[in-house]
Design a protein around this ligand. Structure first.
Ligand code: FAD
Length: 656
C-alpha cells in the first residue's frame, strides 16, 4: 500500500480565512494510505518545504499531496522538493483549494467540505501514481528571430553577441520596422534613425547573424531545442551579391516617382525598383513585382531600363521564389503591430480630406528624410491651426478595441511640440479622454509641452467636416459638458496599435494563442511575460501588446536571455507526461493521427501500429480520448488514475 503525506497550506489568510485547515488536515489523516497529515502557514516557503522533506525521509513516504494554490504556481516547486528528498517528482499530486475553493466560496463550512472532497479525490489518484523518468535532448545552438523591427534587432544582437547563431527573418526588404519611420522619439527627442541605424548596421555586419529580408517563415516543425523552420525567400529580381546599392536602376526606372512609397505612408513616391529608405539594411534594391512594367506586362520599352543601366548586371528577372530550411533550438517572435486603419471611423473623414492624417503619416511629414524634406506643408501651405484627436481605434468598445495603445498620448505630445517648434505661432490643440504619461520622464515632458503653449482639452472628437477653406472638428468637451466646434487646417488622428497580420500568420505557423485583444499571448501575464505556451518560443515587442521603444527593447532583451537559457545549457528535459501505445491492442486505425495537433504520432508501417515521438507530445490526451480500442493512454493521467479521482468525488467524505 502507498505511504502518503498530506500537507494543507493556509496561504496566509488566502485559504485559512474561509477554509478550516485543521478540519481538512484531520479528515485527510483518516484516508487509509495517509501516514502523516499536517498544515502550515506557507507550504511553499523554505520551512514548509523542509517539513515535507523531513517527513519523506522519516516516514518513508512514497507519495506526497499538497493542498494549496494552483499547480500553475507551485507544482514545479513541490516536485523539486520531493526530488531533493529522494522521491520521484511524479509521485507528487497537488490539490487546488485556493483558486478552486477558498477564493470562490464565502461560506466557511461548505468551502471546508469541498476542500476535504478535493483532497480525497487527489489522495485516490495519488495512491495510483507511478514514478516517471525525464529524458534529456540536446539543443541546436542557434535561434530563429521572426521580425526585424527594433525588438527583433535587439534580440538578434543579444543572442549573436553571446556566441550563438541567429537566423533573422524580416518580411519587408529592410530591417527597421516602425521605428525607422519615426522622426524624433519621446520623451528625450532623440532622432529615431540616429539611434536605430547603428543597430541595423551591426545586425548586417554581425558574423553570427544570417539576415533574411523579404522572407517569411512558412513552416516550423519540432520541439524546444530541435526546431526545423522552412523559410520562403521572395524573389527580389536583384542579385544580392552583385547589387552595390548605387541606385542607378531606380533613377532610370520608367515608373520613377510614380508609385506610392509604403515607407512614407503613401505621401512620397518611389520607383518600381527601390530601397524603402536610404539607410535600409541590407542596402540592396528590390523590384516590386506588383508594379514593374516588365513583370506585369512583359514589356518595358526595348529593354528594361534598370537592367540596361545596372553597372554590375545585378537585375535578374529570372529569379524564382526559394525555400531554405534552418535548424534552431529556440525561436523569438518579434512581429510587431499595425496601426489602426483610421478609415474604419468614417465620421473622422480620414478618407475624405488630405489634411486629415494619422500620427504615423505625421512622423513622415515632419521628418527631414520624409516627402517634404521635413517642411510642415499640407495642401501646399503651412498649417496654423492643428488639432490632435486621441484614442482613434483604442479604448473604443464599439470597434471591439478596448485596450489602451500606450504610446499615442506621448507621441501626440511629442508631435505637438514639433509643430510648435517649426511653426511657433501655430495654435495646437490636443483633444483627449485621459492623458497617460506613465513612463520615466513622460510627465515632465508633458509639462514642458504644455508650458510651450500647446492646448490640452479634455474632449472627445466626434466628427470632422469641411468649413470654408479649412476643417471643423466637432467634439464633446467633457469638463464643460457641452459640444464645441474647433477650426483646423490640419487634423492628426492618433491612431492606436493593433495586432498585425504578420503576427496572426506566425501564430498559425507556430500554433501560438492570442489573447482577447488579438495580440500574441504570453504564458503568464506577470511571471512569464515573454514565454509562450510552446516551450522554446518567446515573444518580444509589440506583437505581445502595444509598447514604446524602451519597453520593447527591455522585452527583447528578456526574450533573448530566455532563448539563451536552453542554448547555454545545451540540453532540454522532455516532460515524461506523454502518450504511450499498447502495441498489443493498437489496431492501426490511425484515428489518433488526425487528432494530434503536435504531429507527435508516427505510424510504424512494418508493425502496423502507432508510435509516439515523446519530445513532440504535449500529453494533451486528444489521441487517448479518440482511440477506439483503448491502446493509447497518457502517462500520469491513466484511466484508472482519473476514474479513481472522479469516483472519490461521487462519494463525498463524512466525518462519521
Ligand atoms: C505614430 C507613432 C509614433 C511613435 N513614437 C514613438 C516614440 O516617439 N517613442 C517611443 O518610444 N515609441 C514610439 N512609438 C512606438 C514604437 O513605434 C514601437 O514601440 C516599436 O516600433 C515597436 O517595435 P517592434 O519591433 O515590436 O514592432 P515593429 O516596429 O512593428 O516591427 C515589427 C517587424 O516585424 C516584421 N514582421 C511582421 N510580421 C512578420 C512576419 N510574419 N515575418 C517576418 N517579419 C514580420 C515587420 O515587417 C516589422 O519590420 C510610436 C508608434 C507610432 C505608431
Amino acid at each position: 500500500m502507498a505511504r502518503i503525506g498530506v500537507y494543507v497550506c493556509h496561504c496566509g489568510v488566502n485559504i485559512a480565512s474561509s477554509i478550516d485547515v485543521e478540519r481538512v488536515t484531520k479528515a485527510a489523516g483518516k484516508y487509509h494510505a495517509v501516514v502523516v497529515a499536517r498544515n502550515y502557514a506557507y507550504m511553499c516557503s523554505d520551512p514548509g518545504q523542509e517539513l515535507i522533506r523531513k517527513d519523506i525521509r522519516e516516514h518513508k513516504l512514497d507519495r506526497v499531496v499538497v493542498a494549496a494554490c494552483s499547480p500553475r504556481m507551485h507544482e514545479v516547486t513541490f516536485r523539486k522538493t520531493c526530488e531533493s528528498a529522494g522521491l520521484n517528482a511524479y509521485c507528487f499530486e497537488m490539490t487546488n483549494i485556493r483558486e478552486q475553493c477558498s477564493w470562490v466560496h464565502e461560506n466557511g463550512d461548505e468551502a471546508t467540505a469541498k476542500a476535504v472532497d478535493l483532497v480525497f479525490s487527489s489522495l485516490s489518484r495519488a495512491a495510483l501514481l507511478q514514478p516517471l523518468t525525464v529524458q534529456e535532448v540536446p539543443v541546436t545552438p542557434a535561434a530563429l528571430i521572426i521580425g526585424g523591427g527594433i525588438a527583433g534587432i535587439q534580440a538578434a544582437l543579444d543572442i549573436a553577441d553571446s556566441g550563438f547563431q541567429v537566423h533573422l527573418v524580416e518580411k519587408t526588404p529592410s530591417l527597421g520596422g516602425h521605428m525607422a519611420r519615426l522622426d524624433k522619439t519621446f520623451p528625450t527627442l532623440d532622432c529615431s534613425a540616429c539611434i536605430l541605424t547603428p543597430k541595423m548596421v551591426d545586425v548586417g555586419n554581425h558574423s553570427n547573424i544570417h539576415l533574411m529580408t523579404y522572407a517569411e517563415v512558412e513552416k516550423v516543425e519540432g520541439f524546444i531545442g530541435n526546431y526545423k523552420a522552412t523559410i520562403r525567400l521572395k524573389p527580389r529580381y536583384v542579385d544580392m551579391d552583385q547589387c552595390t546599392g548605387c541606385g542607378l536602376c531606380a533613377e532610370e526606372c520608367r515608373l520613377k516617382d510614380r508609385i506610392d512609397s509604403e515607407f512614407d505612408s503613401g505621401m512620397g513616391k518611389r520607383s518600381a525598383v527601390y530601397v524603402p529608405f536610404p539607410q535600409a539594411v541590407p542596402l540592396k534594391y528590390t523590384v516590386d513585382e506588383e508594379h514593374c512594367l516588365f513583370l506585369t506586362r512583359g514589356k518595358c520599352g526595348k529593354e528594361p531600363a534598370c537592367q540596361a543601366v545596372c553597372p554590375t548586371h545585378a537585375i535578374d528577372f529570372s529569379q524564382k521564389e526559394k525555400k531554405v530550411e534552418v535548424d534552431v533550438g529556440t525561436i523569438v517572435v518579434a512581429t510587431g503591430f499595425e496601426p489602426f486603419d483610421a478609415s474604419r471611423k468614417p465620421e473622422l473623414a480620414y478618407s475624405n480630406y488630405s489634411n486629415v492624417i494619422t500620427g504615423l503619416e505625421f512622423e513622415r511629414l515632419i521628418s527631414a528624410s520624409g516627402p517634404t524634406g521635413g517642411k510642415l506643408i499640407v495642401n501646399g501651405r503651412e498649417p496654423r491651426k492643428v488639432v490632435f484627436i486621441q484614442c482613434v481605434g483604442s479604448r473604443d468598445k464599439n470597434l471591439g478595441n478596448e485596450w489602451c495603445s500606450r504610446v499615442c498620448c506621448m507621441y501626440a505630445i511629442k508631435q505637438a511640440h514639433l509643430i510648435r517648434e517649426k511653426v511657433p505661432d501655430s495654435r495646437v490643440t490636443v483633444l483627449y479622454m485621459d492623458l497617460r504619461c506613465f513612463g520615466k520622464g513622460f510627465e515632465e515632458f508633458y509639462d514642458r509641452v504644455r508650458s510651450e503653449g500647446v492646448i490640452f482639452r479634455r474632449a472627445i472628437g466626434s466628427e470632422i467636416y469641411r468649413k470654408g477653406e479649412g476643417l471643423a472638428v466637432r467634439c464633446e468637451d467633457t469638463f464643460l459638458g457641452q459640444a464645441v466646434e474647433i477650426e483646423a487646417d490640419l487634423v492628426v488622428l492618433s491612431a492606436g496599435l493593433e495586432p498585425g497580420t504578420g503576427s496572426i500568420d506566425v501564430s498559425k505557423v507556430l500554433k501560438l494563442s492570442r489573447s482577447a485583444d488579438g495580440f500574441l499571448m504570453e504564458a503568464h501575464p506577470k511571471l512569464r511575460p515573454v514565454d509562450t505556451a510552446t516551450d522554446g518560443v518567446y515573444l518580444a515587442g509589440c506583437c505581445q501588446g502595444p509598447k514604446d521603444i524602451p519597453d520593447t527593447v527591455a522585452q527583447a532583451k528578456a526574450a533573448a536571455s530566455s532563448a539563451l537559457i536552453p542554448m547555454i545549457r545545451g540540453k532540454v528535459f522532455v516532460e515524461p507526461i506523454s502518450a504511450q501505445v499498447n502495441d498489443d491492442i493498437c489496431c492501426g486505425c490511425r484515428v489518433c493521427e488526425a487528432m494530434c495537433e503536435y504531429k507527435a504520432t508516427v505510424f510504424d508501417e512494418e508493425k502496423g501500429v502507432m508510435t509516439i515521438n515523446a519530445a513532440l507530445c504535449k500529453g494533451c490526451g486528444s489521441c487517448a480520448g479518440a482511440c477506439p480500442t483503448g491502446a493509447m493512454t497518457i502517462r500520469h493521467y491513466t484511466d484508472d488514475q482519473i476514474f479513481a479521482q472522479v469516483e472519490s468525488l461521487s462519494r463525498p467524505f463524512t466525518d462519521e
